[in-house]
Design a protein around this ligand. Structure first.
Ligand code: ARG
Length: 444
């Protein structure tokens, strides 16, 4: 099969397979965005006189038809076609002839794939933000609901001080707020138009990059064409950090879940149909969901390193291995979305065990409470500490198991309202509406 770039020689089949790799499969996910890029690029070409009005009308009509096919699931990259860019151009040319052959003026696959990726990542980040927000709302709600249920707090995995389910759920909610700060940074860096950088050095055509920036709903452009090309790899690296940040929150929560579900802790439980059994031990109800989540999310934390290793020491300009970044980033989005959705699903069915602290082994949780009471009654802290320590050593420690924590962010004053407001503020900083409006105008 001939390539977009083929003149006379047929490339060796082994070389072709090796270099195309998984592109046909992965590029499918970018198909809609490739069409959007061409819808904007061709409007711009017409505006600067590189495409006639009639050709533009034909091209736009057919691109929108392809866009609708993609949305309907009726689009595939044919076996002997190199990538999505070739497939779309080939379909156009097959259907409308010469007009299809004109769309690539002033463009290279290098900036074409860059713009596709930016649009694709922007879309994926929006889904991640929505799912993170859903999980956040649930966690905050659970925190409020169970704010009076106490839980042992640990340091060194040794019984330490009283905690609560209000604190526990709320902590993961607040962690997601900071994770979205990372996602917001990734969104801002993603949301810059690389189109018009062509092979990475611009074009002698008077391209109007401001126009494609606006048409595609980008916030701004990557101005310098060499820098625009450097965005490949750099964008992925920053997105990887953002995804890995959410993944770290989920992995830690998954670990807590596994621990709290263990019979030795027994702080939470799940209905039997959400646990899995053992082939040999008939009593087993294992937390496999949280274990798989922990594994996937720990693996996601390797993503920034994977991206860095693949791109470290590459000089400026395009290099073919940049293509392999898709193999890292695309499944990462899928895994993270699955984990966010599963965490949400599981947490809707969690039961928190009440009266955990009635167990005598948790009495020492209250040692600091007792010290503090003595301090409030006028004993210097160090003396009170020593006295309670001696009581414990001599087996005379009988605490009153009530907690009166009132300062900001403590058991009795969770500040969930402030945490909610912080989340609202971040979410409102994502300009999803502008993006959606631009895209619906392009395909209308
Ligand atoms: N599949 C390629 C990639 O993802 C598309 C760009 C090809 N450009 C090139 N100069 N060979 O990078």
């Amino acid at each position: 099969m001939s390539k977009l770039w083929q003149k006379t020689t047929n490339v060796d089949k082994l070389v072709e397979n090796f270099t195309v790799g998984r592109d046909r499969e992965l590029d499918n996910q970018m198909a809609a965005f490739d069409v959007l890029g061409s819808l904007a690029h061709t409007r711009m070409l017409e505006s600067i006189g590189l495409m006639s009005n009639d050709d533009l009308a034909l091209v736009q009509r057919e691109l929108k038809a392809i866009y609708n096919d993609v949305q309907a699931g009726d689009f595939a990259i044919e076996d002997d076609v190199e990538d999505v860019h070739s497939q779309v151009e080939m379909l156009l040319t097959r259907r409308i002839g010469d007009a299809g052959k004109k769309i690539h003026s002033g463009r290279s696959r290098n900036d074409q794939v860059l713009v596709d990726l930016k649009l694709f990542f922007r879309h994926q980040l929006q889904q991640v933000v929505n799912e993170t927000d859903n999980l956040f709302r649930l966690l905050l709600q659970q925190s409020e609901e169970h704010k009076d249920v106490l839980l042992p707090g640990y340091t060194h995995l040794q019984v330490a001080m009283p905690s609560s389910f209000g604190l526990w759920f709320g902590a993961y909610a607040e962690s997601l707020v900071d994770d979205l700060e990372m996602v917001l940074a990734a969104w801002k860096i993603t949301n810059k138009n690389p189109l018009g950088s062509a092979a990475g050095y611009g074009s002698s055509f008077p391209l109007n990059r401001t126009m494609t920036t606006e048409l595609l709903g980008f916030d701004s452009m990557a101005h310098n064409v060499v820098y625009a090309q450097m965005g490949r790899g750099k964008t992925e690296r920053i997105i990887a950090q953002a995804l890995s940040s959410i993944a770290a929150t989920l992995a830690k929560m998954a670990m807590d879940q596994c621990l709290y579900l263990s019979q030795n802790f027994a702080f939470v439980s799940y209905p039997e149909h959400l646990t899995t059994g053992s082939s040999i031990m008939p009593h087993k109800k294992n937390p496999d969901v949280w274990e798989i989540m922990r594994g996937k999310c720990n693996r996601l934390q390797a993503l920034p390193n994977d991206v860095a290793m693949m791109t470290t020491n590459l000089p400026s300009g395009y290099h073919r291995e940049l293509q392999l970044l898709k193999e890292l980033l695309f499944p990462a989005f899928t895994d993270l979305m699955d984990c966010l959705q599963m965490a949400n699903f599981m947490l809707q069915h969690i039961t928190v065990n009440k009266n955990i602290l009635d167990d005598p082994k948790y009495a020492y949780l209250f040692s600091v409470e007792e010290v503090n009471k003595a301090v409030l009654n006028g004993t210097p802290f160090r003396d009170a500490y020593k006295q309670i320590g001696l009581d414990i050593e001599q087996g005379n420690f009988n605490p009153d198991k009530t907690v009166a924590h009132t300062h900001e962010g403590s058991i009795g004053n969770l500040q969930n309202e402030q945490i909610g407001a912080a989340m609202d503020k971040i979410i409102s900083s994502f300009d999803f509406k502008k993006v959606e409006d631009a895209i619906s105008w392009l395909v209308r």
